[in-house]
Design a protein around this ligand. Structure first.
Ligand SMILES: Cc1ncc(COP(=O)(O)O)c(C=O)c1O
Length: 468
């Protein structure tokens, strides 16, 4: 080969130029063109073999990522503030395998309903490591919780009086936490939960608790909201709660042992409408911890000097711990060209499985190197419903029927908020150390779907009946 031929063979191949109209959400100066990269395995296990064994669509969890995430959270906080408890928010993902993994790492349980409480107990959590939040706790569950000794977070006055009655009937003095709400100036206050500080309602409730023979106020709780991108919100939260703690202790003579700041740390996901990618806007666990622990150390320094001791810090972070520990794999069912020229792809997983698809732009990654020109694509789920859009706009090269794609990060609020709608819910598997895989929730089938139904005798036949 002479030099001239060598030069020619090094030239890039010519490909047909295309014009892609700019659409909001598909590409901007910070946006990356997906399609170049792919992911053919998860935690060392090939996606193809997972699909072959467990079917499509498929949720896949990583045990190791769950463990790493909770360890990272605890390290960030424990190195900055000595007395920290992490409590797993069941509603974020209450699959037993997820809860048990986190409990093995030392997490307590944070529950918000009788069902979640029963589930935590069934998994073996001791009652004293369960925090019971939420606005709906009826007498029978309160009786059980009082008998077993879990910590109740009182949400409103009616609950306070009901609980006092339950405690009186049980002949016990019950330790309780008050849920508070207030304005930090950073987030829209979730004022429907707990007692409001600014209006004086919280102080009134604390006085009632102070006078109660059966309830002993020893904890304060608040949860600012979710996906909070500015750590300073937590700094203000801690300062407000500590000021309230000092006031209430003087006013009622109680001793506050714990300050529970709820959850809300953002996960590595893109909220719809957010311009910048999560890598640029989501604070690290260390950033949250630094702001929170600095505020807490400052606000409680005097207590140390007075020999009162600093309160325990309780964290209930949900999505930041589980979101990136789970993916959803889905397969292509069909390609379609829309009347407006857009490419659309029908896949076998819909918003019935990916509830968070309504407000996140989940990362979509092909499982093989795709060839061809990336094009603005809409991903439709399999439901016969117009709302079933998994991604309204994502840049992808052409996909073939049976190709699979990965949605990430999907660990938070999907395995709890998914809907049984039209389709069976699929298998959920977990990858363990050594690439072992186990099913942690079996796919539904007709038996599962119909076993709770009963048909009155005269409706047992579908044959047309003689008119009466
Ligand atoms: C009381 C409470 N704690 C913790 C959480 C977990 O929140 P996140 O998943 O945003 O961390 C929630 C979620 O709404 C909550 O209501």
């Amino acid at each position: 080969m002479n030099d001239a031929t060598h030069e020619i063979s090094e030239k890039k191949r010519w490909s047909k130029p295309t014009l892609t109209p700019h659409r909001i959400g598909s590409l901007n100066k910070f946006g990356s063109v997906s399609g170049g990269h792919y992911q053919d395995s998860f935690e060392g296990v090939p996606i193809a073999s997972l699909l072959e064994e467990y079917g499509s669509p498929l949720f896949v969890l990583s045990e190791q990522r769950l463990r790493n995430n909770v360890r990272k959270l605890l390290r960030a906080f424990e190195t900055r503030y000595g007395n920290v408890i992490y409590s797993w928010s069941y509603k974020t993902n209450y699959l037993a395998a997820v809860c048990s993994t986190l409990h093995q790492e030392g997490a307590w349980a944070e529950v918000v309903s009788a069902f979640e409480y029963e589930k935590a107990r069934q998994l073996g959590m001791p009652a004293e490591k369960i925090l019971f939040n939420g606005p709906h706790k009826e007498r029978p569950i309160l009786e059980r919780v009082v008998a077993e000794g879990a910590r109740i977070h009182i949400d409103h006055l009616d609950e306070l009086y009901l609980l006092e009655d339950v405690a009186k009937a049980a002949g016990k003095q019950v330790d309780v936490t008050m849920r508070l709400n207030f304005d930090t100036g950073f987030t829209e206050p979730w004022s429907r939960f707990g007692f409001n500080i600014e209006s004086g309602q919280a102080l009134d409730a604390a006085r009632i608790l102070g006078d109660s023979k059966y309830l002993n106020l020893c904890g304060l709780h608040s949860h600012l909201g979710t996906f909070i991108l500015d750590p300073r919100a937590y700094g203000v939260q801690v300062r407000i709660m500590c000021a309230f703690m000092d006031k209430v202790e003087v006013l009622t003579g109680c001793t506050i042992e714990s300050i529970d700041i709820g959850g809300g740390f953002a996960s590595m996901n893109s909220l719809q409408g957010t311009y910048l990618p999560p890598e640029q806007v989501v604070p690290s666990m260390d950033q949250y911890a630094e702001t929170i622990c600095t505020a807490l150390n400052d606000a409680t320094r005097e207590r140390d000097l007075q020999g009162k001791g600093r309160p325990r810090l309780i964290l209930e972070s949900g999505r930041a711990v589980v979101d990136d520990a789970e993916i959803l794999v889905s397969s292509v069912v069909a390609n379609k060209r829309m009347p407006d020229g857009r490419r659309s792809v029908v896949i076998d997983a819909g918003v019935n499985l990916l509830f968070t698809g309504f407000w996140y732009n989940h990362q979509v990654t092909p499982t093989r190197q795709l060839e061809g020109v990336p094009e603005d694509t809409v991903l439709y789920g399999p439901l016969c419903m117009n709302i079933d859009i998994m991604r309204a706009s994502v840049l992808l090269p052409p996909l073939n029927v049976s190709d699979s794609i990965i949605f990430s990060n999907v660990g938070a609020y999907n395995n709890t908020q998914w809907m049984q709608f039209i389709e069976y819910r699929p298998n959920v598997v977990m990858v363990h150390a050594g690439n072992q895989v186990s099913i942690v929730r079996t796919a539904e089938d007709l038996h599962v779907m119909t076993e709770q139904e009963s048909v009155p005798a005269h409706l047992c036949s579908v044959e047309p009946q003689q008119g009466d």
